[in-house]
Design a protein around this ligand. Sequence first.
Ligand SMILES: [Zn+2]
Length: 389
Amino acid sequence: MTACRTRNLWFVVGVGLSLGAPTTRAQPNPEWIRVAVVRQDAQADLQIHGRFTIRALHTGDPIQEGRRLPPVVVKALPEGIAVGEAVLPFFGVRIEPASDSTISLNGRRLRGAVEIVRQNNLTLLVVNHVALEDYLRGVLSKEAPDYWPDEALRAIAIAARTYALSQRLSKASADYDVTGDVMSQDYGGKTGEKANTTRAVKATRGWIVTYQGRVFPTFYHSTCGGLTEHARVMGPFDLQPLRGGMACTFCSASPFYRWQRRLTRADVGWALRNSPHGSVGAVSDVQVTRRDDTGRVEQVTVTGSQRVLRLTGIDARALFGFDRIRSLAFSITPLGEAFLLDGRGWGHGVGLCQWGTAELARRGFSAPEILAVYYPGCTLVQLKDHPSW
Ligand SMILES: [Zn+2]
């Protein structure tokens, strides 16, 4: 057990531990991660900038080598995988670029290697095998504005690294560890990398959050809107640091600290008619009929001329769009032929609040201090001390 594992974050700060110390950077990180960048598409655009080798996935034998691959379309076929004009009679191939080469997939440059699998329904699964630290460079630039204070970017880098590892440990899929979209963490590959966010990833290399000796599920979100949420909304999580109910007004500068959305009766009727929930007839009322401990919506009841429909809060967000109804912290007020939604925050509200993180950094909090605010009782450790993770 390392010294820092037994200390909470405050004590780590207190002994003058500095993220990005030369000893930290000098350690090569053996961790790799599998990122699903295409999951159910019939085809994808591929280009390879520089030398490469294509291998059969099941044997590892080389099939093709080249100096570069101009833009081609990759397709799933009954007899194998088409790469441009060539049909490779395999269910799966692995493309390994030379060390000075990169692969472009659907216009996005990726570090590391790519595995392309033809699935039974004739769609492609494309998985990017990339060093964890390289993956994080492509995540942080998408998940946080690069102009935010360095300590905020460092805190979010540590949360993102830990979240990726906790996803891998959850083994939700045998074929990959994380998805390259907001279902896990948004991932732009090499294309999206920015200098400031890359510097934050490098400065925190290998640092992760643990709780009681285990990798901690470091959920994070854009804006809590005033109060953090219990992690039970994300699954069977009952960990003391994630029980929510923490007052956070640090995110009040967020454009989504407060939001409003107007839905007409006709909007609601149309949305339901075109959804699996089905029509309720002419909509006469929409009400919040149940809330959780932090005031977030658990149930919305829609009254129509034909029937009454009860939706979960998540279903209601999905129905109208997660980017229109930005959180479950909202009230509904009838307003003539419409309903006015008054909301707070953006995202699920569990764990670290990113806009709050930015404000705390502006007030002088260090990355470990910020993490101690949102993940109280957790510990910062270095991944290299725990190669089994
Ligand atoms: Zn907040």
